[in-house]
Design a protein around this ligand. Structure first.
Ligand code: XMP
Length: 517
């Protein structure tokens, strides 16, 4: 039996894989395809539904991405999101123009519950729900045959539909978790409009991937960049299950790890650990500190750490002999935020943008490239990886290097390691980690005046960060209990030499990012 498929047609927005993943959460298989895919190719995939993504352009600009209008005649249900909604309106004769008032973030949206899109959603008395907006253009007039089915104070067409033609559009982003009822709206679209039955489950991913990896690798040798974080650990275990001892995991201790982390990784994956693989630990601390000396610019630091990482790898690979594949635990947010595809570059992620152009391996394998963090965790659990590893909070490839603002020195690494250890310890003791996506201490580059034991001090400020997020694309600052914050503050200033001030970061993402650099 052919699997049900929904296609997300990518027009360059930041959240395209997130849309696909939300549809997969509804147990319907979903893939992202570029808007350059021809109509014939699209038809040949026989999708049950199509979703147009957002994007940074204005549809009325000649150069903006468009799609063959014949797509509206196929009888396949379509949902346009943000730019995608405007594209649908414009393509079918509606009016799209610059909105007098742009809308960003949480926006009260009044919905017409007679639309199938809003079936069963929770609304307040005046039929409103919170949706997440991000737009400067809007649909001023709907095309013939359509009716508006939602509006906000500043947006007359926050959603529109043409039920007969199964065409739907929303100006807001139902895929982000800040749109309270967004998942239900997507579910309504795929089940009630597209007629899907939900024949796909996430748990088929691990087995299918192990099988594919085994076929692809054959008798080849595989080298895996293991950091001990959730992503590379899950990638390593997938590979270990696929090809066993053909896999060598190289763990680079770049001196930018959390306190004790190097030894913990060795315990799990080393010779006395749980998995069938070869494990090599490279102690490269000094090498990294030397390269990073005097460097303050965040992107430059990321590039140096990324390149050095690959150099260490090349050396190890040479010692091992011929290596066919290099495995990395890249996950989807790493890919999208590094600006591959049509989205804007936010940061060069260590495992993608920082790669030097010449790599001495036949091919790079990234088995988790299309997954989000919580999907990776699901795969990890399915593989039987212990909870304490699977639930470990994410740690970026460049490590503390991007949590130390400005120049990295061994002394600053010590400070941030100690402060972070105390922070994690107190959060665990208080059981305050429930609902936190990520939390850590960073070292600001700021020194300020303080007084300790009647003496003037001029020391560093440590910043504490804790965010709630499940997809890591957007996040809210966590409201940590004051008792925890004050206990951590006290302990840090008392126990960590060189710190006389502790700050808490209250910023969400956007506008900040989760990491400081
Ligand atoms: P940002 O700071 O971009 O972080 O909001 C989003 C998530 O990605 C992690 N992160 C990285 N992970 N290599 C990684 O493997 C990197 O270079 C990198 N930079 C950020 C970050 O910790 C958060 O979970």
């Amino acid at each position: 039996m052919e699997k049900e498929l929904v296609i997300v047609l990518d027009f360059g927005g930041q959240y395209n894989q997130l849309i696909a993943r939300r549809v997969r959460e509804c147990d319907v298989y979903c893939e992202v395809k570029p808007y350059t895919m021809s109509l014939d190719e699209l038809k040949s995939l026989n999708p049950k539904g199509i979703i147009f993504t957002g994007g940074p352009n204005s549809v009325y600009d000649d150069a903006s991405p468009k799609y063959d209008s014949a797509i509206y005649e196929l009888g396949i249900p379509i949902l346009g999101i943000c730019y995608g909604s405007q594209l649908m309106a414009y393509g079918l004769g509606g009016l799209v123009k610059t909105a007098p008032v742009s809308e960003y973030g949480h926006t009260e949206t009044i919905v017409d519950k007679s639309s199938v899109l809003f079936k069963g959603i929770n609304v307040s008395e005046n039929n409103s729900t919170v949706c997440w907006m991000s737009h400067t253009d809007y649909i001023a007039e709907v095309p013939k045959g359509f009716r508006p089915v939602a509006h906000t104070a500043n947006c007359p067409v926050a959603a529109m539909e043409c039920k007969e033609r199964k065409l739907y559009a929303v100006q807001f982003h139902p895929e982000v978790m800040h749109t309270r009822e967004g998942l239900k709206m997507l579910r309504n679209f795929v089940y009630d409009v597209c007629g899907c039955s939900g024949d796909w489950k996430m748990d088929s991913f691990a087995n299918a991937t192990i099988k594919q990896l085994r076929e692809k690798i054959g008798s080849g040798k595989v080298l895996c960049a293991l950091s001990g974080g959730v992503d590379s650990s899950v990638a390593a275990v997938l590979l270990s299950k696929a090809v066993g001892k053909q896999l060598t995991c190289v763990f680079v201790d770049h001196g930018l790890l959390r306190k004790n982390e190097g030894d913990e990784v060795e315990q799990v994956f080393g010779p006395n650990g749980n998995y069938e693989l070869n494990f090599i630990r490279v102690n490269a601390q000094e090498r990294y500190y030397k390269k990073l000396a005097g460097v303050t610019e965040p992107e430059k630091k990321r590039k140096i750490i990324g390149e050095e990482f690959i150099r260490v790898f090349e050396e190890e690979a040479k010692k091992i002999g011929s290596v066919d594949f290099l495995v990395q635990g890249t996950i989807y947010p790493d890919v999208i935020e590094s600006g591959l595809g049509d989205s804007a570059v936010i940061k060069s992620h260590h495992n993608v943008g920082g790669l030097p152009s010449v790599v001495d391996f036949k091919e790079i394998i990234e088995p988790l490239r299309m997954l989000f963090k919580d999907e990776v965790r699901k795969v990890g659990r399915e593989l039987g990886i212990p909870d304490y590893l699977v639930d470990r909070q994410p740690f970026p490839g460049p490590g503390l290097g991007i949590r130390i603002i400005g120049e990295v020195t061994p002394e600053k690494v010590r400070i941030v390691q100690e402060a972070d250890y105390i922070y994690r310890e107190e959060i665990a003791k208080a059981g305050a980690d429930k609902g936190l996506g990520q939390y850590y201490a960073a070292l600001t580059n700021m020194r300020s005046v303080g007084v300790m034991g009647d003496f003037r001090t001029y020391d560093y400020a440590v910043a504490l960060r804790a965010v709630c997020t499940s997809d890591f694309m957007t996040a809210e600052a966590a409201e940590l209990p004051w008792e925890v914050l004050s206990k951590v503050t006290n302990r840090i200033v008392n126990e960590v030499k060189g710190v006389n001030r502790v700050l808490y970061d209250c910023t969400g993402k956007p506008p900040a990012t989760i990491e400081f650099e």
